[in-house]
Design a binder for this molecule. Structure first.
Ligand code: LRH
Ligand code: MN
Ligand code: MN
Length: 391
């Protein structure tokens, strides 16, 4: 029997999957191509639709403008048709400000005004694509930075960034949001222009009321207390959403909760403890790309894990916990917290799925459906040519 808290939590929980999580990606040392990987936007929609059909929890797919749309131009009627056919909608729109050759020394903070203009134009085009597709969120990841001390003016680059983000914000409609993602390093190794949540928060505030901060769980120095950042962002009404993934060392983009499930639980606890008004619009998104695991299996496993950890956080007896905290009953408070974390919710989540007419075990159903084998047969030849060695 699923508890009411768990049922309510799962009924309201949605997590977006990334189009790039279905395609062949790898490390900078090479890719191991998978026969079943998606090779087109249509195949990405098909895969995302299958994940949603199995889990009932991922009705949208994030799109990365240059990776999903040739020359950055959206074929809106085609995407609409894919949405209809595969039962998932286009979700957040991710501009690409890091791959063009001209961005070698930066995009929005490049010292060359013509290149900054180009970056702004791409942002404006991305906002238009989002409008045409009915997407609420434009997720901006700024890869800009420098590799050596003294080689760039950190201060002037802040000013350039501010200017562009203000202009981009002006172009958004009332029901859209700009999400500003931060990351401490990679590809830049000395300084990154938006390195942490403080910088992202400042830029969001400067840009305007519809700009919020995006927390990618892999984008922190090791040991950072991410749930504390989440609590702060909620407190100041600036939490836009998450890119969930896990890591052991850097931005490893591993399966959510695979290394540290307690961290995800603690983040969800902060969200569930906040007033509903502060968490209403918070977007949960997966940002993972799997080099070794099967992409479909990994994505289904990720959605299921996110649901399980959200359900476990919903089981925290928050009223009792608050009293214990007030009384500084440390061990009792910690045990109250841990009781929820250590609860095996899998039977209850399974019962919830059955009640909703969903497969009791999405991973098993994926296996039994033969979807991956069929995809491999249809896509294998196209993927055979996509293996790249060190480049
Ligand atoms: C950068 C990042 C960002 C990109 C995605 C592919 O590390 O997290 O969100 O858009 O990876
Ligand atoms: Mn990310
Ligand atoms: Mn990342």
């Amino acid at each position: 029997m699923a508890s009411q808290a768990l049922t309510t939590a799962l009924d309201g929980f949605r997590i977006e999957v990334p189009s790039w999580g279905f395609a062949n990606t790898g490390t900078r040392f090479g890719k191991f191509a998978q026969a079943a990987a998606a090779t087109s936007i249509e195949e990405k929609f098909a895969d995302a639709g299958q994940v949603h059909a199995l889990t009932g929890a991922s009705p949208t797919v994030a799109l990365h403008v240059l990776w999903d749309m040739p020359n950055g131009v959206a074929d809106v009627p085609k995407i609409r048709e894919l949405e209809q056919r595969y039962g998932v909608k286009a979700g957040s729109i991710n501009p690409n400000l890091f791959q063009a050759q001209e961005y070698k020394f930066g995009s929005m903070s490049n010292p060359d005004p013509a290149i900054r203009r180009h970056a702004l134009d791409h942002l404006l085009e991305s906002i238009e694509i989002a409008k045409a597709l009915g997407s609420r969120d434009i997720s901006i990841w700024d890869a800009d930075g420098s590799n050596y001390p003294g080689t760039q003016s950190i201060k002037r680059r802040i000013e350039w960034l501010e200017e562009i983000l203000v202009t981009a914000h002006e172009a958004t409609s009332e029901d859209q949001r700009l999400l500003i993602e931060y990351k401490p390093f990679e590809p830049a190794f000395y300084h990154t222009d938006i390195a942490d949540w403080g910088m992202a928060l400042h830029l969001a505030r400067k840009a305007g009321p519809r700009a919020k901060v995006l927390v990618d769980t892999g984008h922190h120095a090791l040991g950072t207390n991410i749930e504390q950042i989440v609590a702060w962002l909620l407190h100041v009404d600036a939490l836009g959403g998450f890119h969930f993934n896990d890591r052991k060392y850097a931005d490893d983009d591993l399966t959510i909760g695979s290394i540290d499930p307690y961290q995800v639980f603690r983040i969800f606890h902060e969200i569930l403890s906040a007033p509903a008004a502060a968490t209403e619009g918070v977007a949960y998104m997966i940002d993972q790309s799997h080099n070794l695991k099967g992409k479909m299996e990994a994505m289904v496993q990720s959605v299921v894990t996110a649901q399980e950890l959200f359900a476990r956080a919903a089981l925290v007896d928050r009223a009792t916990l608050a009293t214990l905290q007030d009384n500084c009953a440390l061990v009792e408070a910690e045990e109250c917290f841990r009781d929820a974390f250590w609860t095996d919710v899998r039977p209850a989540v399974k019962a919830w799925r059955e009640d909703r007419g969903l497969p009791a075990s999405p991973l098993l159903s994926l296996k039994e459906s033969g979807y991956v084998e069929k995809a491999a047969a249809a896509r294998g030849a196209k993927n055979a040519g996509s293996v790249s060695s060190y480049a």
